[in-house]
Design a protein around this ligand. Structure first.
Ligand code: ZN
Length: 159
């Protein structure tokens, strides 16, 4: 396993659409392992492949209940809404208020190519939406209602 470099704000790769994963091989397993390790090291709750420079449809999420690996994920149901503050490992020091569904159901494949569904509410639902957006070149700043000012960020990061 290895820590990968996280692509930062301004890199055009964050605006690109990812292609589906077609090969469920050791390379994919290694990438998923590396992404989970990279996410944990950076204290993130999710990481999508373009954030480590790879334009393929996969992401990892961990809101404190264990790592969920999502290969070729799709949101197949959602309901409700939640407003909350969102950040991103690719945008250090930037935060914004986004509206997301309160509940989402995701269909994906695991590292072996087997299909499964997973449901999330609150933070997990938010993380699924955020990471899946990355796979279509959409970042939280594109969907935020309002970004925090530098003063607000300072207050937030102090607390
Ligand atoms: Zn992100």
């Amino acid at each position: 396993m290895a820590i990968r470099n996280i692509v930062k704000d301004g890199d055009p790769i964050l605006k690109k659409k990812c292609r589906p994963v077609e090969k469920f091989d050791k390379k994919l397993a290694d990438l998923l392992d590396d992404m989970a390790q990279t996410m944990h090291k950076a204290n993130g709750v999710g990481l999508a492949a373009p954030q480590v420079g790879i334009l393929r449809r996969l992401a990892v999420v961990d809101v404190g209940e264990g790592v969920i690996e999502l290969v070729n994920p799709k949101i197949i149901a959602y309901s409700g809404e939640q407003d909350g503050l969102e950040g991103c490992l690719s945008f250090p020091g930037q935060w914004g208020y986004t509206r997301r569904p309160e509940y989402v159901k995701v269909k994906a494949q695991n590292r072996k190519g087997e299909e499964f569904t997973v449901e999330g509410r609150e933070l997990l639902a938010r993380a699924f939406c955020h990471e899946l957006d990355h796979l279509d070149g959409i970042v939280f700043k594109d969907v935020a209602d309002r970004l925090l000012t530098p003063q607000e960020v300072e207050e937030l990061e102090k607390s």
